[in-house]
Design a protein around this ligand. Structure first.
Ligand code: GSH
Length: 218
């Protein structure tokens, strides 16, 4: 049964890991939303119309329309998912007591603050014009971030990153593992992460929000 939602629209890019975090949160909470694809490859995200939604020219951006049609935009997956969790408290993505929730945020931050930003497209292009060097850079930082996540999560993980409840930490981890695969970073050194990835694949919302479902067909 769908949760009655305000009118929401998500601007996303099919294989952006930050976009996947938000699509997955929406599906996990069963929140209806309109989706609009914004290409990161052909300048669409750099356009004035997208920069009016997010001056950085990044995805994801959530738009909220009120009853008289006023638009409000929220960028940054962390801010968006925190708002969704407050506005739609069913299926909490920050479960447990205050210490548990802080752990969720701490693990998520290893990915959202300290790993994904340094392997972002614009950073790779700024770093080097050579695709092989871009890949080497991304691999180094992804491996470093996942190694830190593995060590921090190992003592607190259950089925998922923090205990047995799916959380915001998993929403950051799994799309980052998808990126790791794209960049050729193996998960062999990370048994806890491999276990969480396998568990997450049992969730219907993993499949319904997966990038492969949103790949433009043309
Ligand atoms: N902190 C932001 C980061 C958003 C971000 O980096 N988005 C990437 C895709 S995952 C992007 O739009 N990159 C465009 C670019 O690098 O030019 C969030 O969590 O939403």
């Amino acid at each position: 049964m769908s949760v009655p939602a305000p009118r929401l629209k998500l601007y996303h890019y099919w294989r952006s890991s930050c976009s996947w975090r938000v699509r997955w949160a929406l599906d996990f909470k069963d929140i209806g939303v309109e989706l609009q694809h914004v290409s990161l490859l052909d300048g669409e995200s750099e356009s004035e119309s997208h920069r009016s939604r997010n001056p950085l020219g990044y995805v994801p951006v959530l738009e909220r329309l009120d009853l008289v049609g006023n638009q409000r935009f929220l960028s940054d997956s962390t801010a968006i998912v925190n708002w969704l969790d407050e506005a739609f408290p069913n299926a909490s993505l920050f479960p447990g007591d205050s210490w548990n929730r802080a752990r969720v945020r701490s693990l998520a931050g290893i990915i959202s603050s300290d790993t994904q930003p340094v392997q972002n497209l614009n950073v790779l292009h700024r770093h080097s014009g050579d695709p092989a060097e871009q890949k080497r850079w991304a691999q180094e930082f992804i491996h470093q971030g996942l190694a830190a996540f593995e060590r921090a999560a190992a003592p607190v993980a259950g089925r998922f990153s923090v205990g047995n409840d799916f959380s915001w930490a998993d929403l950051c981890l799994i799309p980052q593992c998808y990126n790791a695969d794209r960049f050729g970073v193996a998960l062999d050194d990370f048994p806890t992460i491999r276990m969480i990835v396998a568990e997450a694949q049992s969730l219907e919302s993993h499949h319904s929000s997966h990038p492969s479902r949103y790949e433009p067909q043309n």
